[in-house]
Ligand binder design. Structure first.
Ligand SMILES: Cc1cc2nc3c(=O)[nH]c(=O)nc-3n(C[C@H](O)[C@H](O)[C@H](O)COP(=O)(O)OP(=O)(O)OC[C@H]3O[C@@H](n4cnc5c(N)ncnc54)[C@H](O)[C@@H]3O)c2cc1C
Length: 366
């Protein structure tokens, strides 16, 4: 494989680096506060103004038609510049790929540009109190109504739903288990949103209660009953490339190596090892991107990446805690550590991912 970047890719990197060095803000207040949420949204609008918020999307939706490789380059530069985490991430990384593949032209034109600019912020509403790992056990339902559907039920752990404008989720329209699920888009205005406080006391998630919320037919993604297939396409984006690109972990590894300078050699060795692992993930991902660009489907192999990045992130932050000792609370490493603890849980727990790898990638018996 050719590991060199093309002249166009190098130019693209230089352009992104120059723009970010001028415009990337310093740390913003937490996006789990009303002010922080708005500050993040304003930053996304600025990114979108430079056509840098969704570089790999087609021009008509606010992107610039960049290749997957260029997107990975963008991400490396973004995180290296210390730019803020994306408040739009569940929309742009999880819903958008499904909208592009399964949405009507009207749905794409209506929702994608507003998502790209942060005008709409989307929350993922899949999990329910009794349906997390076993998502097909979900009981929220939709009933036909003139011109559309009425939604009933209870969703939970919906990240950023405390302040988001819209949600996307699965509701049962017929049948049992994976059959008869339908993928709905909905504004959060008429949904009862109950914020859930995280360890730090801020409402990083919310519960959503639906008591006959009306959604028009135009808010169904794909056909009624096709929800599981569409959702599985979305989980592949979530676990695979999109949600957590290597750039994020490379930036953490660089900071970790700086933190470990002059430390006990055994700890410094562990930092070096983390850096090498982040670099290995980067090279592996460029390989994956080339395969996808050649028409291969990532499929269940996405689970391998999810296990690797979530466990690496936790190792890096745990090591930072050891290096900092009681000083940890004075740095943003502590917040990072608390969030890294959740990595093996969200986007499908690592126990479930290991089963997927065993059965569908390695072909081991069930
Ligand atoms: C930070 C964070 C953000 C999240 N954001 C969202 C969001 O935006 N939208 C959303 O819908 N959800 C979100 N979630 C919820 C997340 O998807 C679920 O927590 C996850 O799918 C696990 O479901 P559960 O919590 O019900 O745990 P359970 O499914 O009850 O699992 C409990 C434990 O049992 C294990 N387990 C369960 N079944 C099996 C099995 N068959 N084999 C082996 N082990 C098993 C699990 O691995 C886990 O360790 C988020 C979670 C976190 C932590």
């Amino acid at each position: 494989m050719d590991l060199d970047f093309s002249p166009a890719e190098r130019d693209f990197r230089a352009e992104v680096r120059a723009w970010l060095s001028t415009y990337a803000p310093g740390p913003l207040p937490s996006m789990d506060t009303p002010d922080g949420f708005e500050a993040h949204r304003a930053w996304e609008a600025k990114l979108a103004g430079a056509r840098l918020s969704v570089v790999s999307w087609p021009d008509e939706y606010g992107g610039r038609g960049a290749s997957l490789i260029e997107w990975l380059i963008f991400e490396e530069e973004y995180w290296a510049a210390g730019a803020p985490a994306r408040v739009t991430q569940n929309g742009i990384f999880l819903l958008a790929p499904s909208l592009m593949r399964f949405g009507t032209p009207e749905q794409r034109a209506r929702w994608l540009p507003r998502m790209a600019s942060g005008a709409d912020v989307w929350a993922q509403a899949w999990s329910e109190p009794e349906a997390g790992s076993d998502l097909a056990a979900l009981t929220s339902r939709a009933e036909p109504a003139p011109g559309g559907w009425r939604l009933y039920g209870h969703k939970t752990w919906s990240s950023r739903a405390a302040y988001a404008t819209h949600g996307f989720g699965l509701f049962r329209t017929s049948g049992a288990r994976h059959k008869g699920l339908t993928y709905f888009l909905f504004p959060l205005d008429d949904v009862a949103v109950r914020p859930i406080a995280q360890l730090d006391g801020l409402p990083g998630f919310a519960e959503l209660h639906f008591d006959g919320v009306f959604v028009p037919e135009s808010m169904v993604l794909g056909e009624a009953g096709q929800g599981w297939r569409i959702a599985m396409a979305t989980t592949s984006s979530e676990r695979g490339l999109a949600l957590r690109s290597p750039g994020r972990f490379l930036a953490t590894a660089d900071r970790l190596v700086r933190l470990a300078r002059g430390a006990d050699p055994a700890l410094a060795d562990r930092a070096a090892r983390c850096w090498a692992e982040a670099e290995a993930y980067r090279l592996h991902t460029f390989g994956t991107a080339r395969r996808i660009m050649a028409g291969e489907d990532l499929g269940s192999a996405a689970s391998l990446g999810k296990i690797f990045w979530s466990e690496l992130d936790l190792r890096m932050h745990a090591l930072a805690m050891e290096l900092l000792g009681e000083r940890a609370g004075e740095t943003d490493w502590l917040d990072g550590f608390l969030f890294a603890l959740a990595g093996p849980i969200y986007a499908g727990t690592n126990e479930i991912q290991r089963t997927i790898v065993a059965e569908r990638v390695l072909g081991l018996p069930r």
